[in-house]
Design a protein around this ligand. Structure first.
Ligand code: CAA
Length: 257
């Protein structure tokens, strides 16, 4: 299952994508992004998988898009190839995605983490958009995700200055979920993933859709979607099981149907 730039693993109900370009700090070349997106889609379709974890290694989550690959691009090569369009497919993943970040999450690496639903950061993790120092700007969603997370003023300050943000700052601004010691990042991410993997998959899926709608739609429309999703959850076996288990004072066993 491994590809050239990623390792693919499964632990219980958790699908793991581990970046595997350590010499370049997992800089994201286009093939690597293709492999990551392809594997995300494959896990999303795989009934054995309930949660997806993305991780790098102890030095880096990913240090950005591959500068060597893009330095000779022109507006037209970029326009025709449209290399960032494929990133939209990450947002179409229906299962929970978690980024476990050790070390650097810069540029496209930060954008990849921001595409995930939850982010666990090591105490020494560094998040940032250094693109301004290369004479460019974030191109795979960074300006949008960071502004949604921390508001316009702070997002502008970080992206304009291009300085790395500490894990503590990222937590303070609501950009990441949790901080743990570097050696515990994987363990904590797996713990969280396993906890989510025991929830009713249909609930997680419908909740994800409704929460993301809150970012893109007016409240009235979002509430309509929320209601419909609530009603839809009653089509599932897991709703019957969840409520029955409550009545019988036992833990539910969710099947994902
Ligand atoms: N692209 C290509 N290669 C990269 C890379 C990147 N984004 N980041 C690191 N590397 C390579 C380095 O060139 C180096 O390769 P060599 O050993 O062959 O020289 C190797 O990874 C190790 O890196 P360093 O020696 O630089 O390691 P360091 O510990 O001294 O510094 C760092 C680490 C601060 C992360 C530094 O590597 C760095 O600044 N990297 C670039 C970060 C960056 O600018 N990212 C944004 C890219 S643009 C983008 O992402 C656009 C977008 O929106 C999608």
């Amino acid at each position: 299952m491994n590809k050239e730039f990623i390792k693919v693993l499964q632990e219980g109900k958790v699908g793991i994508i581990q970046f595997n370009r350590p010499k370049a700090l997992h800089a994201l070349n286009r093939q690597m992004v293709d492999e990551i997106v392809g594997q995300l889609k494959s896990f999303d379709q795989d009934d054995r998988i309930r949660v997806i974890l993305l991780m790098g290694d102890e030095r880096a989550f990913a240090a950005g898009a591959d500068i060597d690959e893009m330095m000779d691009d022109t507006p037209l090569t970029l326009e025709f190839l449209d290399p960032f369009a494929i990133w939209d497919e990450i947002s179409n993943v229906k299962k929970p995605t978690i980024a476990a970040v050790n070390g650097f999450a810069l540029g496209g690496g930060f954008e990849l983490a921001l595409h995930c639903d939850l982010i666990i950061g090591a105490e020494n993790a560094q998040f940032g958009f250094p693109e301004v120092k290369l004479g460019v700007m974030p191109g795979a969603g960074g300006t949008q995700f960071l502004t949604k997370a921390m508001g316009r003023r702070k997002a502008l300050e970080w992206i304009w200055l291009g300085e790395p943000m500490s894990a503590q700052e990222a937590l303070h601004y609501g950009v990441i979920n949790r901080i743990v010691a570097p050696e515990l990042v994987e363990e904590e991410a797996m713990r969280l993933a396993n906890q989510l993997a025991e929830q009713a998959p249909i609930s997680l899926r419908l909740i994800k859709e409704a929460v993301y709608a809150a970012e893109d739609q007016p409240v009235r429309e979002g509430k309509k979607l929320e209601r419909k999703n609530f009603y839809l959850s009653f089509a599932s076996h897991d709703q019957k099981e969840g409520m029955q288990a409550f009545k019988e004072k036992r833990l539910p066993s969710f099947k994902g149907v």
